[in-house]
Ligand binder design. Structure first.
Ligand SMILES: [Zn+2]
Length: 293
């Protein structure tokens, strides 16, 4: 689903690449062969490669256009960035900006950039390399960041003197935006414009946010990494090895799923395989995923 509408918003998808090598047993530490077996009939082959026992992580940005604003939700990995610990994203050179242009968006057109959190695959295109320096890719945009997310990267907040995950990402994809005066820090709920509200959904990271977009009648939730793979809809207890607080992440995930099931909100995660989006309804003790618009 590369283009759809929600209330008076137009939503488009721009893909950076697909990493199809992810080992779910490593990714979800509490996953067991029994949990996989009881879900395989609906997750494979669409969302699960049962032969290789791998899952795919689609790297994509959602463009949300309203009458007055063009907003990017999450900015993938970015080009030319050294990521030795993540070979699939190391020194990328993808035509991401050309794809954005094909979707009708030049860098100058972007009014807001919103990163659900500061992990490597969500802030990359915030900056691009220009004469050996990282500069904001979207010169006219206001970049919205969670204050809590930012705070964890300050040396005085390091736990046991240790920098958090993705300090290098913070330095090349967040700090240059702040230095250029283009960042706005937010705390708690924040109304971006008439049709976009950002809401904390912590756990995956301390300052992880989601976006409520649309109207009272029709709403889409852009949920970032609150859910990585559809199996977490049926098994919402499964958090990832990269969550800073797995239990809190599960609570945030369940709240999102309840909200979607109760109100019919469209679920728009960052990493799902095609059709990338869907609805949710209650099933037994958990939820069922209904892929598509
Ligand atoms: Zn992610």
């Amino acid at each position: 689903m590369d283009c759809f509408s929600v209330a008076d918003l137009t939503v488009q998808r721009v893909e950076e690449f697909v990493d199809s090598t992810c080992d779910p047993m490593m990714f979800f530490p509490d996953l067991t062969p029994e949990i996989v077996a009881r879900n395989l009939d609906w997750i494979a082959p669409r969302f699960w490669n049962a032969e290789r026992n791998t899952i795919s992580i689609t790297m994509q940005t959602w463009i949300v256009k309203s009458k007055h604003h063009t907003v990017l939700v999450d900015t993938c990995n970015g080009n030319h960035k050294p990521r030795p610990y993540f070979p699939a994203a190391d020194q990328l050179n993808t035509p991401y900006l050309e794809r954005l242009k094909a979707a009708g968006v030049s860098p100058e057109d972007v009014d807001f950039v919103f990163c659900t959190h500061m992990h490597v695959d969500h802030v990359g295109w915030n900056t691009r390399l220009e004469n050996g320096r990282w500069v904001p890719t979207f010169p006219n945009a206001k970049y919205l960041f969670a204050q809590k997310e930012y705070d964890q990267y300050l040396p005085e907040n390091f736990i046991d003197g240790k920098a958090p995950l993705f300090m290098d990402v913070f330095e090349d994809s967040v700090l240059p935006v702040i230095a250029a005066g283009k960042a706005q820090m937010v705390d708690g709920e924040h109304q971006v414009n008439d049709s976009l509200r950002i809401v904390p959904a912590p756990g995956h990271t301390p300052g992880h946010y989601i976006v409520h977009a649309g109207s009272a009648d029709e709403t889409a939730l852009f949920i970032g990494d609150a859910i990585h793979n559809p199996i977490q809809i049926a098994e919402p207890q499964l958090s990832t090895a990269f969550c800073t607080d797995g239990k809190l992440a599960a609570r945030s995930r369940i709240r999102i799923l309840e909200d979607c099931a109760e109100h019919g909100h469209l679920l728009v995660p960052t990493h799902f395989d095609p059709p990338h989006i869907g609805h949710v309804r209650r099933k037994a003790q958990a939820f069922e995923f209904l892929p598509g618009r």
